[in-house]
Design a protein around this ligand. Sequence first.
Ligand code: COA
Ligand code: ZN
Length: 300
Amino acid sequence: MREAKIVEVCPRDGFQSVERHIPAEEKIKIIGMLADSGIKKIQATSFVSPKAIAQMRDASLVMSEAIKQRPHTRFFALVPNLRGAESAVAAGAKEITTVISLSKSHNMANIRRTHEQSLEELKRIRESFPEITVGVDIATVFGCPFEGPQTVAELLRMIEAVSALGVREITLCDTIGVAYPKQVANVMREALVHFPGSSFGIHIHDTRNMGMINSLTALENGAESVQVCAAGLGGCPFAPGASGNTATEDFVYMLEKEGWETGINFEKLLEAARYIVQNIEGVFSGHQVNITTPQAGSCC
Ligand code: COA
Ligand code: ZN
């Protein structure tokens, strides 16, 4: 059986678009349920400005409690700058991810930085925390809400720039869900041909119901890991039109049927997804929540 590494991002990407503040205990409970389903790597939170995303103002508590309660799960956090990295490390994080958008305008809208400033910030983070694994999410790889299509040549230049700073774990993000399978396959192949020593993950928003096929296509073309979001939550507040991510339970269901090993207990995963649907549903500001599998149950 082929192994598929599933990375759960609901507690960050999923919760960041929820308007009502989800109490820290509720976040920690959901993170625990996801960890107990066998998911080995979870993005627990993000250490961002509370003015940008108020939902994440309890990041330190959520991160430290998650690590304390599930010491065998690999928790990591998204950080936009050195200050976020410092807070994440102080909360016990051993792994962090920064985000740089391939499109200059989305980078400015999201983290208020030029590419040069973002790369400079990444350099500072790497120098400050040589013992911490620092990954990079490259956003808007497959299209930008402001600039439209992005080129593979630009992507390769960005990968080159972050690789020069010692980053090996790179996630290619379809921030607004415009990717299609041939594009995903081509991007994955190009990235791997040019950077065979790097590890590439994929992160697809499901705006056009192509999260499943695009994520599978990425896996089949060499992606090391796939970021998904339980109950199909997700969305970038700074990308007009962004919707939820590929739903973890739907994707895991498909992978297992297709002969991939995930190491996840599907019943427990479904329990977590149902809990999210029942307790987080109704507090969204306009994007879809994919509840297909939690409603259908596990019988097949
Ligand atoms: N954690 C907490 N607070 C932070 C912070 C961090 N990592 N970085 C900055 N701040 C605070 C500053 O202290 C300052 O607070 P003050 O106004 O009370 O003094 C305020 O945020 C603005 O700081 P500044 O350095 O001027 O940043 P900015 O206004 O240029 O904002 C970011 C830049 C990156 C900090 C902000 O846009 C951000 O956090 N974006 C997150 C985007 C995101 O998560 N997108 C979705 C995921 S892809
Ligand atoms: Zn996302």
